[in-house]
Write a protein that binds this ligand. Structure first.
Ligand code: SF4
Length: 68
């Protein structure tokens, strides 16, 4: 069974590269300046692969996936 997880942004690191909204549209969008807008923090187990990909791709190491 998959455990629940939350996507979190470290705002001290995020540079607004606008990548995460493309890679995890189920949870994130990016605003006009490229910064993330979290429309849903809880990540469904079916979207964990997308979430891990977004965390790995963030060039500022600003995305985290926290187990809940
Ligand atoms: S990919 Fe990383 S640095 Fe870019 S907007 Fe998303 S959290 Fe911020």
């Amino acid at each position: 069974m998959s455990r629940a997880a939350r996507i979190e942004v470290d705002w001290t690191r995020c540079d607004g590269h606008a990548l995460c909204g493309l890679l995890l549209p189920e949870n994130l969008a990016n605003d006009a300046d490229g910064f993330p807008l979290i429309h849903r923090a809880e990540v469904d187990p079916a979207n964990l692969r997308h979430a891990r990909r977004a965390v790995s791709a963030c060039p500022a190491l600003a995305l985290r996936l926290e187990r809940t």
